[in-house]
Design a binder for this molecule. Structure first.
Ligand code: SF4
Ligand code: SF4
Length: 230
């Protein structure tokens, strides 16, 4: 009999704590801020890190908190991101909440609704950078071994393979730079890391100096960046 009572008691306790946990989860759940979600939808979504945040969501949160300017997303400057962010900023919280609900909490739909209501430019048509596949990245990385200049240039790039330069990864871009078929300024995430200056420095080096730096660093991009400084 004692066993039966104990089992029933344990069952009741389990049920009660389960219900309490479910209640607490719904009561204290952190609600997504629609403004942050709208800002995030207005960004390019390539997580390139050029703004100083590891990804677009970090920038979106900082922008919504008023900590970064609307021009802070560097690749977005060319695709009307500042104008869209301004439209979001100028919209009252009540209006944002209303649009958010009307759009079924879908950030893309809500952004389009807000932009057409405010007359701000529509969501970009600019060509979205395409992240290269791992196979593509590996293919161009393999081609570096026969090209010392491109190998050293590769070490000076951000090595995040974001595709923003229009090439399938940093190795592909390094090969183009080595052949003087591209401009280092096209690596937007690299602008904060002085990539153009570093590439110019490498291009002035003799083949012996390039070889020496590759040997000293064993081709490690981190060590190459340290050696190049700036
Ligand atoms: S610079 Fe723009 S695209 Fe790049 S991570 Fe920051 S917000 Fe995203
Ligand atoms: S070289 Fe191209 S792929 Fe590499 S970080 Fe720069 S923009 Fe992105």
């Amino acid at each position: 009999m004692i066993i039966v009572y104990s089992t029933i008691l344990l069952g009741i306790l389990g049920l009660t704590s389960g219900l309490f946990l479910a209640f607490a989860a719904s009561k204290f759940a952190v609600k997504e801020d629609p403004r942050v979600k709208l800002v995030e939808a207005a960004l390019p979504g390539i997580n390139c890190g050029a703004c100083g945040f590891p990804g677009c969501s970090g920038f979106a949160k900082a922008y919504a908190d008023g900590k970064v300017p609307k021009e802070g997303c560097i690749p977005g400057r060319r695709s009307g991101v500042p104008e869209k962010l301004e439209a979001i900023t100028k919209t009252s919280q009540e209006k944002i909440l209303a649009i958010w609900k009307e759009s079924g909490e879908d950030a893309e739909k809500a952004l389009q609704k807000l932009l057409s209501a405010t007359g701000a430019p529509p969501k970009p048509v600019p060509k979205k950078p395409v992240r290269p596949s791992p196979d593509e990245v590996a293919k161009y990385k393999g081609m570096l071994k026969d090209n010392e200049l491109a190998s050293l240039i590769y070490g000076a790039l951000p090595n995040i393979d974001c595709g923003l330069c229009g090439h399938p990864g940093c190795a592909a871009f390094a090969l183009k730079l080595a052949a003087s078929e591209e401009k280092p300024e096209k690596c937007v995430p690299g602008m904060r890391q002085n990539v153009p200056e570093k590439v110019a420095k490498i291009k002035k080096m003799s083949s012996n100096e390039i070889k020496k730096m590759l040997e000293e660093t064993a081709g490690d991009p981190k060590k190459i960046k340290e050696k190049l400084g700036g």
